[in-house]
Design a protein around this ligand. Structure first.
Ligand code: FE
Length: 332
């Protein structure tokens, strides 16, 4: 065989390897395998592009991405809470992308103004109540949960959870620090029990009548209701006359050192499309971020609601301030 033949064969092999390499996207995902695998499988089926998902807790995944630097195999970081995505952007882990498809599909307040991350599903952190002890007409706003009438009737999850840090950060963005601190203090004054370590225990406590009202993410209620439709707990959409329900996102961004940035962007764009949005939001009983896509019937039955349209990036920007404020207010 001639030298030329070897060279041609080698070049051929390299181009095949490149083509194969281009057909894989590596996703670092803080969403568990069970929630993302069916969606990624649907994408592979449709496009032939393989997706390698590395799942883990958001903190360690972001640390890993940082430690790997330019050598990272990750093309996309997928996680929950705008507070986390904002941190990732602040740490320089994400790339700015400009995509008409993403900008058209995802409302401006659910994505980073610089295009470093995009919301893919919406989660509502809303009021819940024990249906045997509270009439929905007695409820109105988050702020009102500090009213005397809820004395020793309110339960909250720990302020250590990013969900509550984001809730309070968004309240600061809306009301300013002084009013927000007064509200948080009034909540603490109404607590029926020490703060809970997770939303599920809080829902159980409300169902058991240990407390009458609380604040949780709606998908946890969805999970309980799926297994026990008679559970005496219902959702209430607060602040419908003013700021709207506090929402957060799960979302994703292309990493700064992505090896397949074009394929990564294509996947993100697909995730914002009608078909993927239904799968992505429905998998965790969340709401689609794309407002043109209908919710899963279980959530649609909870009724339409107005949600806060302040950009969710405020949850990240004001996170440190929120943590200090909650500490001052005695919110453990
Ligand atoms: Fe959660």
């Amino acid at each position: 065989m001639t030298k030329q033949w070897w060279l041609a064969a080698l070049l051929g092999l390299i181009s095949v390897m490149q083509a194969q390499a281009a057909e894989e996207v590596v996703v670092y995902s803080a969403r568990i395998e069970k929630l993302i695998k069916p969606i990624f499988d649907a994408y592979t089926k449709e496009t032939g592009v393989r997706i390698k998902a590395v799942t883990g807790k958001e903190g360690p995944l972001m640390e890993r991405l940082k430690a790997e630097g330019a050598k990272t195999p990750a093309d996309i970081l997928l996680t929950v809470d705008a507070g986390n995505l904002w941190q990732a952007a602040q740490q320089g882990l994400l790339a700015m992308v400009d995509s008409k498809i993403l900008n058209d599909n995802i409302p401006a307040h659910l994505r980073d103004p610089d295009g470093q991350w995009y919301g893919l599903s919406v989660r509502a952190r809303t009021i819940i109540y024990n249906t045997k002890k509270v009439q929905p007409g007695e409820l109105s706003t988050y702020e009102d949960l500090g009213n005397q009438k809820w004395s020793k009737r309110l339960c909250l999850r720990s302020s250590k959870k990013v969900y509550n840090q984001s809730l309070v950060a968004m309240m600061i963005a809306r009301h300013g620090a002084a009013r927000t601190e007064a509200v948080v203090k009034s909540w603490v004054g109404n607590l029926a029990a020490p703060v809970f370590s997770d939303d599920e225990d809080l829902i159980k406590a409300i169902a058991a009548g240990q407390c009458d009202v609380g604040i949780v993410n709606s998908y946890y209620v969805g999970r309980f209701k799926k297994t026990d439709p008679k559970l005496p707990v219902a959702l209430f959409w607060p602040n419908q006359q003013d700021s709207g329900v506090h929402v957060n996102i799960s979302g994703a961004g292309v990493t700064r050192h992505a090896k397949h940035p074009d394929a990564a962007l294509k996947l993100l764009e697909w995730l914002s499309s009608d078909k993927a949005q239904k799968l992505f939001a429905g998998a965790n009983l969340e709401f689609p971020a794309n407002p043109g896509v209908q919710s899963d019937p279980l959530m649609a039955a909870w009724g339409a609601f107005k949600h806060d349209d302040i950009n969710v990036s405020e949850a990240g920007k004001r996170q440190a301030e929120a943590v200090m404020l909650m500490d001052r207010a005695g919110y453990k």
